[in-house]
Design a protein around this ligand. Structure first.
Ligand SMILES: Nc1nc2c(ncn2[C@@H]2O[C@H](COP(=O)(O)OP(=O)(O)OP(=O)(O)O)[C@@H](O)[C@H]2O)c(=O)[nH]1
Ligand SMILES: [Mg+2]
Length: 283
């Protein structure tokens, strides 16, 4: 699967992040808890080297809780605070203001000693669709920024004042120039970080069915009310799901495109249950 998706605005965002880092005290990196490896953009680490950082494992409502806990421990071992959150509902976000102040306490103390009372400024970064704008809206307790379930919604940076103590900067999502690693590309596509239009939907559907067949067979059976036989492979299963769901053309041929879209949509919206695609053991 060949993907080379690097819209101009992402190159622009990378430059913007590099320049505006001078203006901020810390960085909040928003990862997708289902794919903390693939949703971690190495560019961001390189750019944010010396800044204090908090990692949000967002969309934790759709990830396997025990795997998310493993990720929290993984980050703790590296002295990076990581929180399991749901920026849609606000779950897990109560601690974040105090965590940010704790992260920056030396600076805040120095400022206080000098009689300076200015808000701490934090840049929110992450790949497209990871929930950056949702996070800021939750923190502001207001729908200040546009959010939508598709990548590329935010196209300009924007400062949002959360309180007299904290200001957050929203940024557009960035991906890396070449999504050369097929597994990374697939995981980004399954979770909605890459626009489905730029991929071959039928091929993507086969990959997802294949993954679910090897790792979550019973979840497939339950969702589609089918029985999977030992000799079923990804292609026979594709047929079974299409037939069961009635995704069929007039001549009784399965409509694979419709079937693929349905399976992909089910996964993206966690209708198979809470599934993590990546664990720290893979590193
Ligand atoms: N289930 C679930 N959905 C979430 C969560 N956080 C955000 N979303 C949804 O994910 C979609 C993307 O959220 P945004 O906040 O627009 O993401 P973004 O990172 O700002 O995306 P770009 O601006 O495109 O880079 C929206 O439909 C949100 O409602 C979460 O924790 N759980
Ligand atoms: Mg956004």
């Amino acid at each position: 699967m060949n993907i080379n998706w690097y819209p101009g605005h992402m190159a622009k965002t990378k430059r913007l992040i590099a320049e505006d880092l001078k203006l901020v005290d810390a960085v909040v990196e928003v990862l997708d808890a289902r794919i903390p490896i693939s949703s971690k953009n190495p560019d961001i680490d390189a750019l944010c080297q010396n800044k204090p950082k908090i990692v949000l494992l967002n969309k934790a409502d759709m990830a396997d809780d025990s795997v998310t806990e493993q990720w929290i421990s993984y980050y703790k071992k590296q002295n990076i605070p990581a929180l399991k959150v749901n920026c849609s509902s606000g779950e897990g976000l109560k601690r974040i203001s105090s965590d940010l102040k704790e992260l920056l306490k030396e600076k805040l103390n120095r400022n206080r000693e000098k009689g300076i009372f200015k808000p701490i400024r934090i840049m929110v970064v992450g790949i497209p669709n990871s929930g950056k704008s949702s996070f800021i809206n939750r923190m502001a307790n207001k729908q200040r920024l546009k959010t939508e379930d598709r990548p590329g919604v935010t196209v300009h940076k924007q400062w949002v004042k959360i309180s007299n103590e904290i200001e957050l900067m929203d940024t557009p999502g960035i991906l890396w120039p070449k999504l050369g690693d097929e597994k990374v590309a697939l995981h980004l596509a399954f979770t909605g970080a890459i626009k489905s239009q730029i991929l071959d939907v039928e091929e993507l559907g086969v990959h997802l069915i294949d993954y679910l067949l090897s790792h979550h067979k019973e979840k497939l059976e339950e969702r589609y009310k089918i029985e999977i036989e030992e000799f079923d492979d990804k292609l026979t299963l594709y047929d079974k799901i299409a037939i069961k769901r009635g995704y069929i053309f007039k001549k009784n041929d399965p409509d694979y495109e419709r079937c693929a879209n349905a399976v992909l949509d089910d996964f993206k919206n966690a209708r198979f249950g809470k599934i993590s695609l990546e664990s720290p053991e893979e590193l």
